[in-house]
Design a binder for this molecule. Structure first.
Ligand code: PLP
Length: 286
């Protein structure tokens, strides 16, 4: 059966899901997106994703065409219509399609575009969670408002293509000698004295929803956390390294630029945080 997508008020087969070539998302990347995981047919940490959506659209003065409650209803209906058990819901809102290509916001009554679609992924049983992944390092070529989840992702496209060509699972972006974040993930290390280190939130990184949950879950368990930038040298000397995101949860990193971290296997802290996160995800799913 063909996948069903949501486009501006209608549920339609994927092959009929279309937007205008004048859409500002297409012309200017003038839009915001979100990705929420689905486990056993339920949305994971969705309130956090929808709160970030509201913040992101607010930062670019884009009014959502539907309420947050209605958006969650649509997400859930899409999961049901696609019989999705495990995977994710992608959501994008743009400043809509005007009558031409003007950089400034449309003056008339142009409705924002809202689209959603789902994809299948068994995040919990992913093979990479057992083996860990390698990452490569690349310069961070992005703009300075990375706290906004904008659809302008060219730097990440290039970073992740370089990773794919190198046979790596993610690219860690570097600025001023420090790791900012992964192409589509937040980065963590566990130091030799058992401190979990992840870069503090600022306009230099996207405030990851999974990062936020993992930091809170670790703090609840009295684990030591430092939110600060770290270098690749520190990561290579660490006990463990991992990434977090809605589409991998907590994922061990075992090599950086081909150099092995510790014994080259997912470490006990990473495995523990992954289990804790999956339990939290299941317990709070909607
Ligand atoms: N950082 C970047 C640049 C991302 O694109 C993503 C997710 O796509 C993340 C971090 C992780 O965020 P989340 O945990 O909300 O998926």
């Amino acid at each position: 059966m063909e996948q069903i997508a949501y486009v501006n008020g209608s549920f339609v087969p994927m092959s009929e899901a279309k937007v205008s070539i004048l859409d500002r998302g297409f012309l200017f990347a003038d839009g915001i997106y979100e990705v929420a995981a689905v486990l056993d047919g339920k949305l994971i940490d969705n309130a956090s994703h929808l709160a970030r959506l509201e913040r992101s659209v607010g930062e670019i003065s884009l009014a959502l065409p539907e309420t947050i409650d209605r958006i969650q209803e649509i997400q859930r209906e899409l999961v049901t219509r696609n019989h999705l058990v495990n995977g994710m819901v992608y959501l994008e809102v743009t400043r809509g399609a005007d009558t031409g290509r003007d950089f400034a916001f449309p003056k008339g009554d142009v409705k924002p575009t809202l689209v959603m679609f789902t994809s299948v992924k068994d995040i919990v049983n992913a093979e990479s969670a057992k083996t860990g992944i390698g990452v490569i390092t690349v310069p961070d070529l992005r703009w300075v408002r990375r706290d906004i989840k904008s659809v302008a992702l060219l730097a990440q496209v290039l970073a992740k293509q370089a990773a794919a060509e190198a046979g790596a699972g993610e690219a860690w972006m570097i600025e001023d000698g420090k790791v900012t974040e992964g192409g589509s993930s937040s980065c963590f290390i566990l130091t030799q004295d058992d401190v979990i280190v992840t870069r503090h939130n600022s306009s230099a990184i996207l405030p990851g929803c999974t990062r936020k949950a993992v930091v809170a879950l670790a703090a609840e368990r009295q684990l030591r956390i430092e939110e600060r930038p770290f270098t690749i040298e520190e990561a290579l000397a660490a006990k463990e390294a991992f990434i977090t995101s809605a589409t991998v949860f907590v994922q061990a990193v075992v090599t950086i630029d081909g150099k092995t971290i510790a014994n080259g296997k997912p470490g006990p802290m990473t495995n523990r945080l992954r289990e804790i996160y999956v339990d939290f995800a299941r317990a709070t799913a909607v």
